[in-house]
Write a protein that binds this ligand. Structure first.
Ligand code: NAD
Length: 359
């Protein structure tokens, strides 16, 4: 049996691939376009591991999808691939529509045709697991209860609108065609291999480089934070036992303001990698003009996943954020590679001896 993972060279996807192969002998075919956010260096430890087949390609490529499904005959598609950065979606929304909406549509169609041609017992066992975000629910008032799966969709950014559209397509492919789908809507992830355009890795990187730690507006926007490996364990659990057609919210019960997150990072860095002048990294915090349409609060109620499938996060925010800082301090070569563009050259090098599927 095999899993087809899309976007498995990105932040969450690569953590998932590593995590899966650490727990299971079941192979993964990893389809990724290697946009700026895809980084094969994340998967360097799998070099030579026959359980991992990397395929360089686009989820919008019908012919490639048909060929991969026919060749590898996966028992599930796990769909991580997306354009994922809200700020980029504001400056250039088109890629978000192409990949998150049209790409998801093409993947659903390919999966539907493949699934419809399967026979029992493979047909009953097949799953299409769609990885999505809590941002589809929009912004919460300060005292409102956290998002449940029943909360209405109110996406506010081009990113969240494109993810909401993809969630609706997934739902429709189940209701209309019977495709056995599962959807997860998760809160903000953090942890190893996070591209340094997002708040936590950006602040660790800038702090160590002596640069300003930029905080939008007043820094009081609230997000729920989940350590990426807890998201991976939730996806494993939903794949194993989730009810077909259902949506599961995934979150850490860790509501923090952006300012609190950055102050916590500064305190851990002060302890683990003190500045040469003995001052706190908090001195580098700089407030910048707020993002247009910035949602004030997201909070996720993950009790359905906990109650029905017995999932619980292993990390608290305090333990996860400390692990994250320790990982970045120990992997400065990875950060330098990502920020210098050297990983692009590394990718070109990989193509030279990549397996037959890579093109
Ligand atoms: P990411 O931007 O780090 O990675 C996305 C990956 O998808 C990259 O490897 C990229 O090369 C690949 N990709 C992009 N377009 C593609 C295409 N057309 N065809 C094939 N591959 C393509 O994103 P991430 O943070 O790892 O997020 C993964 C998924 O999880 C996304 O669907 C995102 O919406 C969702 N999600 C993210 C978070 C978060 O906090 N990061 C939270 C909840 C849900």
């Amino acid at each position: 049996m095999t899993l087809l993972v899309t976007g498995g060279a990105g932040f969450i996807g690569s953590n998932f691939v590593l995590d899966w192969l650490a727990h299971s002998a079941e192979p993964i075919v990893n389809l990724d376009k290697l946009t700026y956010a895809g980084n094969l260096q994340n998967l360097a430890s799998l070099q030579g591991d026959a359980r991992h087949t990397f395929v360089h390609g686009d989820i919008g490529d019908r012919e490639l999808l048909g060929r991969l499904l026919a060749q590898h005959r996966p028992r599930a598609v796990l769909h991580f691939a997306a354009e994922s950065h809200v700020d980029r979606s504001i400056h250039g929304p088109e890629d978000f529509i192409d990949t998150n909406v049209l790409g998801t549509f093409r993947l659903l169609e390919a999966a539907r045709q493949y699934w419809q041609a399967l026979e029992a017992p493979e047909k009953e066992a097949f799953r299409f697991l769609h990885v999505s975000t809590d941002e589809v629910y929009g912004s919460l008032d300060a005292d409102a209860p956290a998002f449940t799966e029943q909360h209405r969709y109110e996406p506010n950014s081009p990113y969240s609108a494109s993810k909401a559209a993809s969630d609706h397509l997934v739902r429709a492919w189940h209701h209309t065609y019977g495709l056995p789908v599962l959807t997860t809507n998760c809160s903000n992830n953090y942890g190893p291999y996070h591209f340094p355009e997002k708040l936590i890795p950006l602040c660790i990187h800038n702090a160590l480089a002596g640069k300003p730690l930029p905080i939008y507006g007043d820094g009081r926007q609230i997000r729920d934070w989940l350590y990426v490996q807890d998201h991976c364990s939730a996806i494993r659990r939903v794949l194993a036992a989730g009810r077909v057609g259902e949506t599961y919210n995934v979150g850490g019960w860790n509501e923090k303001t952006n300012l609190e997150v950055v102050q916590t990072l500064c305190a851990i860095l002060d302890e683990l990698a003190p500045r040469a002048d003995g001052q706190s990294y908090a001195q580098q915090i700089t407030f910048v003009q707020d993002r247009p349409g910035h949602d004030r609060r997201y909070a996720i109620d993950a009790s359905k996943l906990e109650r029905e499938l017995g999932w619980k996060p292993a990390e608290t925010f305090e333990s996860g954020i400390r692990k994250t800082v320790q990982w970045y301090l120990a992997h400065q070569d990875w950060v330098r590679g990502v920020t210098s563009g050297a990983y692009r050259q590394w990718i070109d090098l990989q193509y030279a001896d990549a397996n037959a599927d890579t093109h």
